[in-house]
Ligand binder design. Structure first.
Ligand code: SAH
Ligand code: SF4
Ligand code: F3S
Length: 474
């Protein structure tokens, strides 16, 4: 195999066009950026439309049936675009990346002859070689879990690319999952948990902040299982990593996602207590409020364990707020067990939450479970849960009206003259102001709420600062 970075000598003269469409989680968004960076070295530039692209990558998600089926309908459309390109004498290559590629690589090749390249999430650094192989022999497929650490092979983003990404950026610190919840495909599509070394994360964050990024979200499928090698030769937990990153000049806000209730250790709680840069908003999925269902899901925690974790966060930081994920209609879920989920939601009080109907995934233990919940019951339960969550979210947003909150401004809004940013709780906040407030954290007096957006005015006596700490009561 050619040593990385491989360069096709003919490719550097005329830029080729690359179009990536991403589905699924933040990890896929991050990976898409890394694919762009990798292929920039091959002379590819991004294009907004698939039709004029030389390479189209579908960066897919396998988490629920609906998500994976999208791939095949999209491939149908791309087949037409590819045929049209061929009529114009252009060669369009189509690649399927992401978790469907990993889970169904062979099947994609059979079902969709239009696909030239199938590449799993662990092999993106091989994209240049795969393109070459596809050119030479028609097709290229790579979905093996590699022996080497893919993180070591991916290029650092270039400063220009970072600038284009704006004020807020993701940094992968961990990938994969060893939890094997019985409903979930992630341990099969992303493999075992791997943590990046602390030094590499410090390098990434330093480079990002030197190029104008102010907010860093550390991402991982199970981010608080982080245990990367520290400079002292020990494995560092996430809390210690956050403490270190907060010292990097220019880091105004830190976040992390997605965490698991079982991996909340004292270092993470201490980070929330001690670091003003660490935002008081935690996505902590619980899935269900019923212990029998949690056990059948192999979550390895009870509803009370989860309540205690929430209490520890709240004791450390009084203004902390939470979001969560829920699954309704897991095999055998009774009405009483669903009510336990509603009771848990009522008791915790979320700022936001996502809820899903259970979707059986091939190869997972839950897909073999015989008892099922009818589609009608699932719909009904999802409706009730979403109504409750919506009412909590609206109440949380309404509570901001009349208060002054810190907003990190990110970009010009669609309405002329308006600038939009985010509060500590990721609520979008709009003000009329000059674009030079972009990149600053400023106090904003919130006047009203439009759907999910807060509308306000810059607080009169505001002195710009990178980190200030006015927050709304949660
Ligand atoms: N790593 C995270 C998130 C995993 S996927 C965690 O551990 O929580 C995001 C969400 O999708 C999950 O939290 C779960 O609520 C949902 N999900 C995963 N598999 C699902 C399935 N088979 N059916 C329905 N929802 C599912
Ligand atoms: Fe999936 Fe569970 Fe791992 Fe989350 S913790 S990625 S839900 S197996
Ligand atoms: Fe989907 Fe894979 Fe993310 S299945 S949610 S893209 S890890």
């Amino acid at each position: 195999m050619a040593p990385f970075p491989f360069r096709d000598p003919g490719s550097m003269t005329t830029p080729r066009k690359l179009h990536i469409k991403s589905y699924g989680c933040q990890m896929n968004v991050y990976d898409a950026q890394r694919m762009v960076d990798t292929l920039a070295g091959e002379g590819f530039v991004e294009t907004a439309s698939a039709d004029d692209a030389d390479l189209v990558i579908l960066n897919t998600c396998h988490i629920r049936e609906k998500a994976s089926e999208k791939v095949y309908s999209e491939l149908g459309r791309l087949r037409v675009a590819k045929e049209e390109a061929a009529r114009q004498g252009r060669d369009m290559k189509i690649a399927v990346a992401g978790c469907v590629a990993q889970a169904e690589g062979e099947e994609i090749v059979h079902r969709a002859p239009t696909v030239d390249i199938v590449v799993g999430p662990q092999s993106y650094h091989h994209l240049p070689q795969l393109l070459k192989r596809a050119k030479e022999s028609g097709r290229a497929l790579e979905t093996e879990f590699p022996v080497e650490d893919k993180f070591g092979f991916l290029p650092q983003p270039k400063p220009d690319a970072i600038r284009a990404r704006g004020i807020s950026a993701f940094v992968t610190v961990q990938e994969g999952c060893d939890k094997f919840c019985t409903f979930c495909v992630v341990p099969y599509t992303r493999g075992a948990e791997v943590s990046r070394p602390v030094a590499k994360i410090i390098d990434d964050v330093t480079q990002l902040t030197e190029n104008g990024v102010r907010e860093i979200t550390l991402i991982g499928q199970n981010v608080n299982a982080y245990h990367g090698d520290g400079p002292d030769g020990r494995a560092w937990p996430l809390g210690k990593l956050l403490q270190r990153l907060a010292q990097i000049p220019g880091v105004a806000r830190l976040r992390y996602s997605t965490s698991h209730p079982r991996d909340v250790d004292d270092s993470l709680i201490a980070a929330h207590r001690d670091l003003p840069e660490l935002m008081p908003f935690v996505h902590l999925p619980v899935q269900s409020g019923a212990d029998r269902i949690l056990a059948a899901m192999n979550r390895k925690h009870t509803a009370d364990d989860y309540r205690r974790v929430i209490d520890r966060f709240r004791a450390a930081r009084q203004d902390i707020a939470f979001s969560s994920d829920f699954i309704v209609g897991f095999p055998g879920e009774t009405e009483e067990e669903f009510s336990a989920t509603l009771a848990l939601v009522t008791q915790i009080g979320y700022a936001a939450a996502y809820s899903f109907k259970y979707s059986p995934r091939p190869g997972t233990p839950a897909a073999e479970m015989r008892e099922t919940v009818s589609a009608a019951e699932m719909d009904e339960r999802l409706g009730r849960l979403q109504e409750l969550i919506d009412s909590q979210q609206s109440a949380f947003n309404r509570a901001a009206i009349g208060t002054t909150v810190d907003v990190l401004f990110e970009r010009a809004a669609r309405n002329p003259g308006q600038i939009v940013g985010r509060t500590a709780y990721l609520q979008p906040a709009h003000v009329m102001a000059s674009p030079d407030i972009i990149g600053k954290i400023l106090p904003v007096r919130i006047d009203s709420l439009e759907r999910y957006s807060l509308i306000g005015e810059l607080a009169a006596s505001s002195t710009p600062s990178l980190v200030s700490q006015t927050t709304i009561g949660a």
